[in-house]
Design a protein around this ligand. Structure first.
Ligand SMILES: *[C@@H]1O[C@H](CO)[C@@H](O)[C@H](O)[C@H]1NC(C)=O
Ligand SMILES: *[C@@H]1O[C@H](CO)[C@@H](O)[C@H](O)[C@H]1NC(C)=O
Ligand SMILES: *[C@@H]1O[C@H](CO)[C@@H](O)[C@H](O)[C@H]1NC(C)=O
Length: 338
């Protein structure tokens, strides 16, 4: 029995050390509380997962007025992100803003799938336009997305490997074109390493074009006729009515493309129509076969325009058109949340 006796002095010491260590108790308790809320919410699932990237897209999403917050648990905070719980057109949804770039996109998508009872992901926001038949304000719902940021950066003239899906030679971009060798050499584009539940465990397979779920694309085709917004305000309008196009190709990398030569390279090499920094990460995170769709409003020409990038001026309009398409898509889904 003597061993069980704890002196008051020791108790005080332990208490002081707990209170004095900011790393331990408080965040862990908060996390435990959040996970309990998640458990409770999951009993009322399933939910449709919605993922945007940055504040202008989030503002546009809430500005549609379609999101009705959960009366008791309007949000759960986890790992620094705020997951918002609610309904859109009677369907249960969980919304999160992941943050810019592929790491944020993959982490938030995986969190969403592992923690919540989610039946699929709708990823949306804005993108750079890389198709001369598309215009700023248009909405693209691609059928394929590629991660175009996995490179082998090679010496000038170095032989490409059979695994390289494409290459870019910096020497081709010398201006004025001279004989001198460009020391930046060349880039060989590689596949993504894709792990999936339908494949061998612990074995990645090469993947370049990630496919968007066919049955959701078919549903989305009905949105092509929907009305989109043409004016930023009373004095600034797009020259023509924006359109929504389903079935193009999108490219993703941790690169904000604002460069005409690189935009043209991407168009010629991969026949893509939009560039962004998250879509491929969201889509390839869905290695478990859940349905996924990407809906992006075009805010700028990715460097194809002379002068200043138009993302500041047309970003909010592009974000609103993407959000409107998302709301229509959710409305058209059959059942409560499927
Ligand atoms: C690369 O190839 C070109 C054309 O074949 C040749 O003129 C040049 O010397 C080569 N450069 C290097 C660094 O080997
Ligand atoms: C560019 O967009 C148009 C629709 O506006 C489409 O018909 C065309 O196929 C697209 N180009 C490519 C390379 O995908
Ligand atoms: C409309 O928006 C543009 C771009 O943001 C801005 O420069 C202009 O002042 C706005 N006009 C009105 C009437 O709000």
């Amino acid at each position: 029995m003597a061993a069980k006796q704890v002196t008051p002095c020791l108790v005080i010491l332990v208490l002081i050390s707990l209170l004095a260590s900011p790393l331990s108790a408080a965040p862990l308790n908060r996390r435990r509380k959040s996970l309990n809320t998640v458990k409770e919410l999951n009993r009322k699932g399933p939910y449709l997962g919605l993922i945007t990237v940055y504040p202008p897209e989030e503002n546009a999403f809430f500005a549609t007025g379609a999101f009705e917050p959960h009366p008791r648990h309007p949000f759960v905070d986890l790992s620094g992100r705020r997951f918002r719980i609610g309904k859109i057109h009677g369907k249960r949804v969980i919304y999160v803003r992941c943050g810019v770039g592929m790491v944020n996109a993959a982490a938030a998508t995986q969190q969403m799938l592992d923690l919540f009872d989610v039946i699929g992901i709708v990823h949306f926001g804005i993108a750079g336009n890389a198709n001369n038949s598309m215009s700023i304000g248009d909405v693209t719902i691609p059928s394929q997305v590629a991660h175009t940021g996995i490179w082998d950066w090679l010496k000038p003239n170095e032989t490409l490997a059979p695994s390289h899906v494409a290459h870019l030679d910096f020497g081709n971009y010398n201006a004025p074109k001279g004989k001198e060798i460009n020391q930046l050499g060349r880039i060989g584009y590689s596949h993504e390493q894709f792990f999936s539940e339908s494949g061998e465990p612990n074995t990645a397979r090469p993947l370049f074009w990630a496919q968007i779920s066919q049955h959701w694309l078919q549903l989305a085709a009905n949105l092509e006729a929907m009305e989109l917004i043409q004016c930023v305000n009373s004095s600034l309008c797009l020259p023509q009515k924006p359109k929504l196009v389903v079935g193009l190709r999108a490219s993703t990398a941790n690169i904000f493309v604002d460069n005409a030569a690189y935009r043209d390279f991407l168009i010629r090499t991969f026949q893509i129509s939009s560039v962004d920094m998250e879509s491929a990460a969201v889509v390839t995170s869905l290695s478990n076969g859940f349905p996924v769709i990407v809906i992006r409003g075009l805010s700028d020409l990715a460097g194809g325009q002379p002068g200043k990038n138009s993302i500041q001026v047309f970003g909010p309009l592009a974000a609103l058109n993407a959000a409107k398409a998302v709301i229509q898509f959710i409305k058209s889904l059959p059942g409560n949340a499927s």
